[in-house]
Design a protein around this ligand. Structure first.
Ligand code: F2R
Ligand code: MG
Ligand code: MG
Length: 318
């Protein structure tokens, strides 16, 4: 906060990024795994008086955010420290709904296996290409000096649990998108073509390039289920991060609409809505998130305080 107690623009955007991620996760969580979600079901969830409980997505996003906040003046991401912090968070609250591959890595890390070995054991030695590294990565944007740096730091943060290249590239794409959203001016219309072009420049893998081409073609598609049928909406990185980017590009200035679009697409609703919420509210700032959602969100005040701390952190040079 500034001395006058008016949030600085950096603080408002940092709050948007973290709170948008958490509220998207919590609103989407009850629908995770559904083929699709109809409007009436979503309206009921939006109007309920019940607390909005977040899942593993936010739990691990907050671990990474605290990791970055603690490392002021040091290398931004320390893999050994981060692996232990993520694993201990899982042990503290294992009921948040973790992916099986991540659980296996955390168990091994807690038993003393180095993360570089533990992360390679899952999925018959291939390592995970799940979206678990992408879903937690958005805070990286708050300490990055540019989109390429965000992607580099994201890969470092991802590799401790997701040994497969696609798991890491998903995190790199989401972090790069978060950086671009955070540094965009909400007073000017978003240049979607330039945004996608910059993402494509950072992520060179052909599989990801073709997903970005599909996203470009789908902008303006009003049906989230059709978008999901083209881009995928499951718990793998390659079939979820592009849909979150599309939800953002559909509604770059309306976090609630981007989150609704992501949830109505079905599939991995908590995760895709969390990633879309982080991107959209990082651009608009937290004041664009419906206040009635934030009033119901678990730990919203602590999440906001953590965002304020990160907003004062100068970009890491490493
Ligand atoms: N796990 C869940 N949701 C199901 C249970 C929730 C339930 N409501 C509850 O309360 O228990 N959601 C969370 O998991 C996703 C993030 O996953 P993460 O951390 O990447 O885990 P994992 O298991 O490594 O990967 C997810 C899936 O991707 C596929 N996959 C990954 N690598 C693979 C490989 N090499 N070969 C084949 N398949 C691979 C698998 O289907 C994994 O299960 C988020 O949705 C989060 O919300
Ligand atoms: Mg989850
Ligand atoms: Mg999920």
């Amino acid at each position: 906060m500034t001395t006058s107690d008016t949030p600085s623009p950096a603080s408002t955007k940092a709050r948007g990024l973290l709170l948008g991620a958490a509220v998207g996760d919590a609103l989407g969580a009850p629908f995770e795994g559904r083929h699709s979600v109809d409007g009436a079901q979503l309206v009921r969830q939006e109007r309920s008086a019940e607390a909005l409980r977040y899942t593993d997505d936010t739990a691990l996003t907050l671990v990474l955010a605290r990791h970055l906040a603690e490392r002021r003046g040091m290398v931004a991401v320390d893999e050994d420290t981060l692996a232990g912090q993520l694993a201990r968070e899982w042990r503290r609250e294992p009921w948040r709904g973790y992916g099986a591959g991540s659980r296996e890595v955390f168990e091994r890390v807690l038993a003393g296996t180095p993360w570089a070995e533990a992360s390679k054991v899952s999925f018959a030695g291939h390592g995970s290409y799940g979206n678990g590294a992408a879903m937690r990565v958005a805070p990286i944007a708050l300490v990055s000096a540019g989109p390429t740096h965000a992607a580099e730091l994201a890969r470092k943060s991802a590799v401790v649990t997701h040994a497969h290249r696609h798991g890491q590239e998903g995190a790199a794409l989401q972090a790069c998108a978060a950086f671009l959203a955070l540094s965009s001016d909400p007073a000017s219309p978003l240049n979607r073509e330039a945004f996608l072009g910059r993402l494509g420049h950072t992520i060179e893998h052909t599989e990801w390039q073709s997903r970005l081409d599909q996203v470009r073609r789908l902008i303006g598609t009003s049906s989230p289920t059709f978008a999901a049928s083209q881009l995928g909406n499951d718990a793998t990185a390659v079939a979820s991060v592009p849909l979150a980017v599309l939800a953002f590009l559909q509604y770059p200035d309306r976090p609630a609409e981007a989150i609704r679009y992501a949830i109505r697409a079905g599939g991995d609703t908590d995760t895709i809505a969390s990633m879309a919420g982080a991107l959209t509210a990082a651009r608009t700032g937290a004041q664009a998130i419906p206040p009635e959602w934030l009033a119901r969100l678990e730990s919203a005040s602590d999440i906001g305080d953590l965002a304020d701390t990160l907003a004062t952190r100068t970009p890491s040079s490493r």
